[in-house]
Design a binder for this molecule. Sequence first.
Ligand SMILES: *[C@@H]1O[C@H](CO)[C@@H](O)[C@H](O)[C@H]1NC(C)=O
Length: 281
Amino acid sequence: MALKHVVLLTTLHYILLCFIFTDATSENHICASSSGVVVSYEWVEKDKGILSWIMNNTGNSISTFILVRGATYQDSELVEPYAFGAAYYPAYIYNGLGQYFQGVPVPLQEYQSLGSTPLGILRLSSQQFWTSFVFTLSPGQLFQIEEAGYLYHDDVLTPKCQGVYQLSYLGTFDFRASYSVIEQCQAFDDAQPCPPSPFSIGSAVYSVPSSVMSSMFLPSFKDNFELSFCTSNALFSLPSFRRLTPQSVHQEKELESYPLEKHSNDHPRSYHRNHLILRIH
Ligand SMILES: *[C@@H]1O[C@H](CO)[C@@H](O)[C@H](O)[C@H]1NC(C)=O
């Protein structure tokens, strides 16, 4: 079927640490991790394909996890499930929407409700590393993050939560990351500069359960994360460039190979965040 193309979902990143939910009538497809993190969603603007993932740590221990989700269109899989954040992370870095963290994971903080969703590096084997958002919730903590892109032409896609996978922190390491600037950064936001490719980064690294497959990092497939054992004192921090003027959401022109969407990621609230530290050799 021609539907077996890749559509990338985009993140709006209006991340909210929420404790109250009202819309009981919305669709609510659920998946859960072994540790009791329950993920569901509700539509925010269904006609625009914008939803909000609701992550609820119902377990009794701190939990670090990834969300693997996709979407179906007329009962066919249109977006192959992949880990949230594996697409566009370089753009998120420059937009102040995503950030690599170092050290033991800590529960999502208040300032992250306005951006800077944690990115992490996932170790699938000794030679194989991928990247995506890594969420950490304390027991009872609820986290909500919006995501856009659930549209195919003018039709709304049905989100499909494939799984919530529990991670274990392995340590913090330096990596040399190469990526497709066109597909992973400019396609999301050509108004922003992109990190150079390759760039070096220090990141928390996590092990994944054996059910996590490399295919779950599909948008990152042409990317390469190489462990680097060189260290350098040459640290510099990048300011975050947050667009001030909203850009309208417009849909993919053609479902060729990567029908990427651009959208507004602007929001009016102020925010603060840690500086992203990139390491250069
Ligand atoms: C989160 O989980 C707790 C415990 O199961 C439950 O009482 C609460 O209603 C859940 N909250 C949401 C928004 O799903």
